[in-house]
Design a protein around this ligand. Structure first.
Ligand SMILES: Cc1cc2nc3c(=O)[nH]c(=O)nc-3n(C[C@H](O)[C@H](O)[C@H](O)COP(=O)(O)OP(=O)(O)OC[C@H]3O[C@@H](n4cnc5c(N)ncnc54)[C@H](O)[C@@H]3O)c2cc1C
Length: 430
């Protein structure tokens, strides 16, 4: 049997995990990324293993798909730290992570193509046959993974946010997101908040550590976290909290304090903070934004155009050979969440291409309950405004309630063994 060809479009955490999983399942894999670096919003993230994300990462390793977490662990600046509401967190170094992920994918034999923005698709006999990039490439595949995310659209940042804040996605340089599901005619939805407005604003910025006082910078490097109370007259209220994509950080601890995390730069845990006001706080007199460059005004807007999919990640509709990963699959927040769904999408795209039944993760696993539950929620328009993450808010509550949250690695191993799925994602199909 000749190897099946899987094409992954979008090289964020969802896409790189999908590419790795498809390659493990025996496929020939091409990964197409619009910008000049992989990892998308993961280039400015860094937090993982916090709260229920620990359980999810360990379950994925037991399922045979822990590769991306291994790279994250190797790139960690801090491990097992606490910040308000979050336990046993690790922070990867945002400067180390992208080259490390890229070389891991190349070592696996994945054809990684940067500055390759997909602009159109071709269907044949009701299936997606190929995608075309803006620089003239045509890439054919047996199955495709759409991992293009839900952001990278300046028009949305202008219409629903505070304008383009010049974030890491660099839409004006590398062109905005184009989704495969849009081009293929799959049904898509936006996250709509309770006030009727669409999308959500990204929840953190990066400050140059060199622009902070020596005391703050060295405390941050030593402990990984610094919590600095904001004088009452400079507090910005709860309006920003309700607009945040990251509802796990929408608590008063984040509006009453400046919470900084050391991910290389200083990660400022708020969507934006007016620069003049920030500079009035002791230690921040010279503060400057690294990302978004206009972080004093706003941040990127996300959660537009996620696709109608089944819990195998397969897009619903006539074109059956499209699978979705990461935010494209639904209102899920986080690197861990994107890696879980991306791994399932890459694995199932390969199964589909090889004519094998698709894998559904069981509810007895946190990763299975997460995918099955969130996909179910997405079918209800009024629930699409909620964001789902293992690390907090409504899904972490559910995880604890169902007894799925644990940091006991022996228990996690036993749970996966009992599901009969240990190492399932190492099995080859093509
Ligand atoms: C500022 C910020 C900080 C964050 N911090 C954290 C954190 O600390 N921890 C955490 O767990 N989560 C964090 N998140 C959330 C997390 O980064 C995302 O939820 C997750 O990584 C999404 O991954 P994704 O692959 O679905 O999408 P994205 O990261 O958006 O990746 C999509 C990729 O597709 C590419 N693309 C789009 N269209 C095309 C096309 N037509 N052709 C080719 N490529 C295309 C894009 O360039 C991009 O690289 C953060 C998000 C932001 C914005």
């Amino acid at each position: 049997m000749s190897a099946k060809r899987i094409v992954v479009v979008g090289g964020g955490w969802g896409g790189v995990a999908a590419a790795a999983a498809a390659r493990k399942a025996g496929a020939e894999v091409t990964l197409l990324e619009r910008a000049d670096m992989l990892l998308g919003t993961g280039l400015v993230g860094g937090i993982f293993r916090n709260n229920g994300r620990f359980t999810a990462a360990e379950e994925m390793a037991c399922l045979g798909c822990g590769d991306m977490f291994e790279v994250m662990d190797l790139c960690s600046r801090h491990r097992n730290i606490e910040f308000p509401g979050h336990k046993h967190s690790s922070l990867y170094d945002v400067y180390e992570i992208e080259p490390s992920v890229k070389s891991r994918l190349l070592d696996m034999g994945i054809d990684v193509r940067i500055t390759s923005s997909v602009r159109s698709v071709e269907k044949r006999d009701g299936r997606l046959a190929s995608v075309h990039t803006s620089n003239g490439q045509t890439v054919e595949g047996d199955a495709f993974v759409d991992a293009t995310g839900t952001s990278a659209s300046p028009a949305n940042c202008v219409k629903y946010g505070n304008g383009c804040a010049m974030c890491i996605l660099r839409c004006h340089s590398f062109s905005p997101r184009v989704s495969i599901t849009t081009l293929a005619g799959v049904e898509e939805w936006d996250a709509v908040k309770a006030d009727g407005s669409a999308g959500a604003m990204s929840g953190s910025c990066k400050l140059f550590k060199e622009s902070l006082s020596k005391e703050i910078a060295s405390a941050l490097e030593r402990d990984g976290v610094a919590v600095i109370p904001i004088p009452e007259e400079l507090r910005t209220g709860s309006d920003k909290l309700s607009a945040k994509a990251c509802q796990q950080y929408a608590t008063s601890a984040f509006s009453e304090n400046i919470v900084l995390l050391d991910t290389g730069p200083a990660k400022l845990m708020t969507p934006y903070y007016q620069l003049e006001a920030l500079r009035q706080i002791t230690g921040f007199e010279r503060a400057r934004y690294e990302d978004p460059i206009a972080g004093g005004l706003g941040n990127s807007m996300r959660y537009f155009r996620f696709a109608n999919c089944s819990n195998t990640t397969q897009a619903e509709g006539e074109t059956t050979n499209i699978f979705c990963a990461g935010e494209k699959l639904g209102a899920m927040v986080g690197h861990t969440e994107a890696i879980v769904t991306g791994s399932l999408a890459g694995h199932n795209a390969t199964r589909h291409a090889a004519g094998m039944p698709l894998l559904t993760l069981p509810d007895s696993l946190a990763v299975g309950d997460f995918v099955n539950h969130v996909i179910g929620e997405m079918k209800h328009p009024e629930r699409r405004g909620t964001k789902y993450t293992f690390s907090g808010s409504v899904y972490f509550d559910r995880m604890k309630h169902l007894g799925l949250y644990t940091t006991d690695t022996g228990e996690i191993e036993e749970r996966v063994r009992a599901s009969g799925l240990s190492g399932v994602m190492k099995k080859t199909f093509s």
